[in-house]
Structures are given as structure tokens and as C-alpha cells.
Design a binder for this molecule. Structure first.
Ligand SMILES: [Zn+2]
Ligand SMILES: [Zn+2]
Length: 274
């Protein structure tokens, strides 16, 4: 007979942002078979990123200064071979091959590579850059969350922390409607941005900024610009409160194919290079 003792705590443990994203990706993978492969790779990446985030957090515990950032931090570099291994075994062949080549290059070349990719805010163009940015993403998120940022009154289209172009939009419920925020896919900074303005070229003419939706993803807007021919997907949380902007953006890949077939280029590809 079990001894009467103190009852175990049965409170639900709060989910971390990573666990939330992983759970959302699992749900979406079950719903959308076309995104299964992408989401499976994302889930593996996110598990790695979560672990890396915790290691960085542990290594930097007790510090009160996080700037300038050090993308070649030893605790970070130590995780790079394991990430390359994951990419080699799980990513599509072309990316896996690049990870294989990176893994066989000299480890001291990684320091430069990580620093370069960190500082270069241009849209990444090569598989190597995408690999490095996906690896550095948790560190970017960690540092950004520790550095004071003046977001009030910030009206620019580039990320106020890392100066990259936004990867997606988020519509958050406000009053009777929703306000549009932009989200950086690298450091995950989110800032408010006027709704009828192109973040690519500042176009304000409503007629040149068509918005498309598809039945399957009625809560995702494909916001296009007929002046600079770019687009951005915005996740409307006022229409789907279960969505996780980052993950739903990845899962809605048919919308990217649709927009790209019509000649729109994505303002900034996501970390899986789409
Ligand atoms: Zn950023
Ligand atoms: Zn534009």
C-alpha cells in the first residue's frame, strides 16, 4: 500500500517558446502532408536550437552585459559540428552536401564564417549562409531578448536589432481589428509597422499592394507589392489564435509557390531557405 505522503505537484509545467513551436509543427505536419518533410526537418532543427539556447543561457548566466555579441562564443562553436551532422543527415540533398563540406573544413574557419554571417544583414544567398543563420538563430534570439531596444515610435521596415528585412508579418488582435507587426526571422524581434505600406519599397498606394489568401490557409495573407514585386506572408492571429507565426509561415509553402509563380520574390526567405 502506498505510504501517505505529500501529494506530488500536478501543476502543468509552462511550455517554453520552443516547445510551443515544436508542438505546433507536429500538429501542422499531421494536417498538411505537403509540409510534412519541411516540418519534420524544422522539428529536428528546433529541438537542436532549444538545446543550444539553453546552453548559451547557462554559459552567460550572471552576465549583465551582452553587447557586443560574440557569435564565435566557445559554447556556441562547440555545438556547430553537431548541427552540421544534423543538417547532413536530415536536410535536402543539396544542403546536406554543403553541410558535409563545411564539416570537413578547418574548425578555425568556422569562427570567421559565424562572425561574417552574423554581421551581414543582406538576404542570405547560399546554402552555407542559411545553415549558419539557422545555427545562430537561438543565440540571436537570446541576445536580442537581453538588449534594451527602443521599439516605441520605431517606424522602419528593417529589424531594429539586427537590421535584417522582416521574414513575415503578424496581425495581432487590437480593438475591433488587428494591427500589423513585422517579425524578424533571425532574432525574432517583433515591431509595429503601418498596415498599408510595403516593407520592401515603402509603396503606400493601396492599389499597388494586393493581398491574397487561399482557402486552405484563410488566416494567412500573402501581402504583395506591384512596385518592387516582393511579398511577405502575414499570419492573422485574430483569425487563428492557435497559429504560431514562425511555424505556420513555414507550413504554408504552397502560398510561396503561388506567389513566386506570379513573379513576386519573398522579401526575406525563412531559415529553411524558402
Ligand atoms: Zn532581427
Ligand atoms: Zn514594394
Amino acid at each position: 500500500m502506498p505510504a501517505a505522503g505529500p501529494k506530488p505537484h500536478n501543476r502543468p509545467v509552462a511550455e517554453t517558446a520552443w516547445q510551443r513551436r515544436i508542438r505546433r509543427a507536429e500538429n501542422l505536419a499531421a494536417q498538411h502532408s505537403f509540409a510534412g518533410q519541411i516540418l519534420t526537418f524544422y522539428i529536428q532543427t528546433a529541438r537542436f536550437q532549444q538545446d543550444l539556447y539553453q546552453r548559451v543561457e547557462g554559459a552567460l548566466a550572471g552576465r549583465d552585459r551582452f553587447s557586443p555579441p560574440d557569435p564565435a562564443l566557445p559554447e556556441l562553436l562547440a555545438g556547430f559540428p553537431a548541427f552540421l551532422k544534423l543538417v547532413r543527415s536530415e536536410a535536402p540533398a543539396r544542403v546536406a552536401q554543403v553541410a558535409h563540406e563545411m564539416a570537413s573544413s578547418r574548425p578555425d574557419s568556422w569562427t570567421d564564417l559565424l562572425s561574417q554571417c552574423w554581421s551581414n544583414a543582406d538576404v542570405p544567398a547560399t546554402p552555407a549562409e542559411f545553415i549558419v543563420l539557422a545555427f545562430l538563430q537561438p543565440y540571436a534570439e537570446f541576445i536580442r531578448s537581453r538588449v534594451p531596444l527602443q521599439l516605441e515610435g520605431y517606424a522602419h521596415a528593417l529589424c531594429p536589432f539586427c537590421s535584417r528585412k522582416p521574414g513575415l508579418g503578424v496581425l495581432r488582435p487590437m480593438g475591433d481589428g488587428a494591427r500589423r507587426n513585422l517579425l524578424c526571422g533571425f532574432c525574432l524581434c517583433e515591431w509595429e509597422f503601418r498596415r498599408i505600406v510595403c516593407p520592401g519599397c515603402d509603396e503606400k498606394d493601396h492599389a499597388r499592394l494586393p493581398v491574397y489568401t487561399a482557402e486552405e490557409f484563410a488566416y494567412i495573407r500573402v501581402e504583395c507589392c506591384d512596385t518592387c514585386h516582393t511579398y511577405l506572408k502575414s499570419i492573422d492571429l485574430s483569425r487563428n489564435g492557435l497559429a504560431d507565426p514562425l511555424v505556420d509561415e513555414l507550413a504554408s509553402v504552397p502560398l510561396d509557390l503561388w506567389a513566386q509563380e506570379r513573379g513576386y520574390a519573398k522579401l526575406h526567405p525563412n531559415l529553411l531557405g524558402m
